[in-house]
Design a protein around this ligand. Structure first.
Ligand code: OGA
Ligand code: NI
Length: 296
């Protein structure tokens, strides 16, 4: 589950004082997963790259990750279909009651533009209790189920590699239930006539073990690296992986604290508002597995 950016940001969350840098100065590491099952040496190299990226950036982009391009296109189309649905249909899902399976929330109607978070989103826990298909809107039902099935497999692989990057056996983080809880939040950022006055998503870290993010080609995602905002340049077919708070320092699992304490960085990131749009992104949060009927 993502930490609500409202929790730790105030109006100065626009944070324009920090310098922007272009991709040529710095860029988020790109890791090619195609060799993951090839041989031990390729896997070792990949684990080394993940370790380096997780320590220095808290974020990396993955290519050749095994999720088919068609599946990525279908989920983005599904998100657009839902958000462009008849308002009455969308309204029937509108809720901030997070015990519901599927929640639609429209932050730009609820918040002051100057504070940031100009977006329209829906959220659903896909694990440990997957929704009944009928609970999901027809517009995005099959796409959500199809995409989350692939994300669960990729998440399993990433937690294996991250375990190895921590010098542990590949099963360790899985055994600690890091892959059990999966929340999916699909964002629709409308075009913004005055992008200098607001943000798409304010600066925040994710309240997760790791996040797998799919973004379209519009751009706007930035990561705070060495006190500079660096663009996370969209790469067709890539997925963005970031380390969340629980992988950095876990307060609920002593063993995990011992293993990961401050080795990996839970990274601050944000999304700029854009004159063009809509921009679509799908964030899959591997989080502590809560039963959706509980209040945790
Ligand atoms: C988030 C997030 C980035 C994006 O949902 O936590 O950081 O590109 N999203 O939408
Ligand atoms: Ni985030």
């Amino acid at each position: 589950m993502a930490k609500n950016p409202n929790d730790d940001e105030t109006k100065d969350g626009l944070d324009n004082k920090k310098p922007f840098v272009s991709a040529s100065d710095f860029s988020v590491p790109i890791i090619d997963f195609s060799g993951v099952h090839a041989d031990a040496l390729s896997r070792e190299r990949m684990v080394e790259k993940i370790k380096d990226a997780a320590e220095k950036w808290g974020m990396f982009q993955v290519i050749n990750h095994g999720v088919p391009l068609t599946v990525l296109e279908e989920i983005k189309d599904g998100v657009i279909r839902f958000h462009e649905e008849d308002p009455a249909v969308k309204k029937s899902y509108f809720s901030r009651d997070y015990t519901k399976t599927f929640n639609y929330f429209n932050s730009f109607e609820l918040e002051d533009l100057s504070v940031g978070n100009l977006r329209d989103s829906f959220a659903c826990y896909m694990a440990p209790d997957p929704p009944n298909p009928e609970e999901l809107p027809v517009a995005c039902r099959d796409a959500m189920i199809g995409y989350s099935d692939h994300v669960k497999i990729l998440g399993g692989l990433i937690f294996e590699l991250v375990s190895e990057a921590l010098g542990l056996s590949h099963e360790t983080l899985k055994r600690m239930n890091c892959t059990k809880g999966l929340q999916m939040i699909c964002h629709y950022y409308p075009p913004c006539p005055q992008p200098d006055l607001t943000l798409g998503t304010r600066k925040h870290t994710d309240n997760t073990f790791i996040t797998i993010l799919l973004q379209d080609q519009i751009g706007g995602l930035q990561v705070l690296h060495q006190d500079c905002w660096v663009d996370v340049t969209p790469i067709h077919g890539a997925l963005v992986i970031n380390v969340g708070d629980f992988l950095q320092v876990s307060s609920f699992n002593f063993k995990l604290i011992m293993m990961t304490n401050n080795k990996f960085t839970s990274v601050n990131h944000r999304v700029l508002a854009n004159r063009v749009g809509p921009r679509i992104s799908v964030a899959c949060f591997f989080c502590y597995p809560t039963n959706r009927n509980s209040t945790a």
